[in-house]
Design a protein around this ligand. Structure first.
Ligand code: 4AD
Ligand code: MG
Length: 434
């Protein structure tokens, strides 16, 4: 008789029935008449119990020698088992080896991170990494759902671009036929500004690139960013949007993954449950004051690195929004504060627990003349921005948006020390393989 082929995360629907599971051997131990086989299939891990009396002597002997990550089809009866994390186990009736694996390089013992990153193509099979990447999937789905449900149109931005958006020091150059060179995009923002004038509320979501020469736990050279942009939106409304959006993502991750966050990643989820609106909002001036009071030698005009962000964020139990940074620290496109033109109408959202900036954004300069002088002041080539200037020539309006980095968000929600584990195949200054 053909058995239903079932994924491990769905076995609860088959209690008492015979099923076939298709997966890989994750781990095993034996005691006399029993083999306890941990079988994984990507959706979960189940303990398959093989009792000597239930199978042929040859199969029982074979099962004693299966290498870790051998691919197997296992047939048997789904039984409730309160002691197992899954709540079910499989009483094995038959096992078929699909492909034998010998001397799998990642054993249950501890390995160093460099070794694991070198074997990332295999490391993805481990339970912890599996949970992290599934949380990432949930976050990406939540991002799309949020904007799709709130009237935004998805507009894809190009990856090859003619100019810098976020400063010339982190551009990746690519030879581009007779046109000379192109750059890998640092941000889709400028294109989203064009799209916002066409569709009102838009977002793009894709990979972005920065030739970051910094080897920190927060920087990748290739990372995913979602960037909403809204016509007629001001800085205050931009902060409202960022706050509502983050709460939605955190809520969704808790709904879907609370158990795994606690049991597999040992995440303190009480810290995530306090992520509720409203988020505290402080000006850059106030941030400097707070840093100084905390004994930090920060002075007005300094940019914030990881240390400053951590000191500030630790003063709150939820993300904090810092707004109105000195304009000279920020990119050319920011609108200046009319009350004090030294300040940019920009904001950063800093995640709690030392995870740092997860969102950067703000209100854009809509005046043609002011923007032209800003482009000159930043020594950017005007010709590359002619199209962008058109947005200020024909029906220019106030507008704003932001970018949220997916990897930093995954690191924060999963409680990971380094962003390298938040993306399937990390790209960093010193890593391009696997
Ligand atoms: O603050 P950033 O540079 O902002 C922009 O690119 C704007 N143009 C976005 C916009 O307004 N549409 O980057 C936004 C976010 C950061 O807050 C951070 O989460 C992430 O992108 N990010 C990085 N993540 C990983 N590695 C890097 N090298 C990153 N650089 C930025
Ligand atoms: Mg930033």
């Amino acid at each position: 008789m053909e058995l239903p082929v079932v994924r491990i995360n769905e076995v609860s629907k088959y209690e008492g029935q015979d099923v076939e599971l298709r997966g890989w051997l994750y781990n095993k131990r034996s005691s006399g008449k029993l083999h306890f086989l941990q079988v994984r299939d990507g959706s979960g891990i189940i303990q398959a119990v093989m009792f000597k009396g239930d199978v042929s002597p040859e199969l029982f002997e074979q099962a004693d020698h299966l290498g870790q990550e051998t691919s197997v089809k296992v047939r048997g009866t789904v039984r409730a088992d309160k002691r197992s994390p899954l709540g079910f186990e499989l009483g094995v009736k038959d096992l078929e080896v699909v492909h034998e694996a010998r001397e799998y390089p990642i054993t249950p013992k501890e390995h160093g991170v460099a070794y694991l990153m070198e074997h990332r193509h295999l490391w993805l099979r481990s339970n912890r990494q599996n949970v992290i990447i599934r949380v990432r999937h949930t976050i990406e789905k939540a991002i799309r759902d949020y904007f799709d449900q709130n009237g935004f149109t998805l507009v894809d931005a190009p990856v090859f671009t003619p100019s810098a958006c976020e400063g010339t020091s982190t551009l990746f150059e690519v030879p581009y036929f007779d046109l000379g060179k192109a750059y890998l995009t640092q941000s889709g923002q400028l294109y989203m500004e064009a799209a916002a004038m066409a569709f009102g509320k838009v977002y793009c979501f894709g990979p972005t690139f920065r030739a970051e020469k910094s080897k920190t736990r927060r920087h990748l050279t290739e990372f995913w960013m979602v960037e909403p942009e809204v016509a007629y939106m001001t800085l205050d409304e931009d902060m409202d949007l960022a706050e509502d959006f983050i709460c939605f993502i955190v809520q969704r991750v808790l709904e879907k993954h609370e158990k795994e966050l606690v049991e597999v990643l040992e995440r303190d989820v009480s810290k995530l449950k306090s992520v509720q609106k409203p988020f505290p909002r402080i000006t850059y001036d106030e941030a400097i004051e707070r840093l100084q009071k905390a004994g930090h030698d920060a002075k007005w005009g300094d940019d914030f690195g990881g240390d400053e962000e951590t000191v500030l964020a630790n003063q709150f139990d939820r993300p904090v929004i810092v707004h109105r940074y000195p304009a000279e620290l920020k990119a050319f496109y920011f609108k200046k504060d009319s009350n004090n033109p030294k300040l940019a109408l920009g904001m950063d959202v800093l995640a709690p627990e030392g995870y740092g900036e997860i969102i950067g954004g703000g209100q854009r300069e809509e005046s043609q003349e002011t923007l032209e002088s800003a482009i000159q002041a930043h020594n950017l080539p005007m010709e590359a921005f002619n199209w962008y200037m058109d947005l200020r020539k024909y029906g220019s309006v106030p507008h704003a948006g932001f970018g949220l980095g997916v990897e930093r968000t995954v690191a924060w929600l999963c409680g990971l020390h380094h962003v390298r584990e938040t993306i399937p195949f990390a790209r960093m200054m010193e890593r391009i393989t696997p």
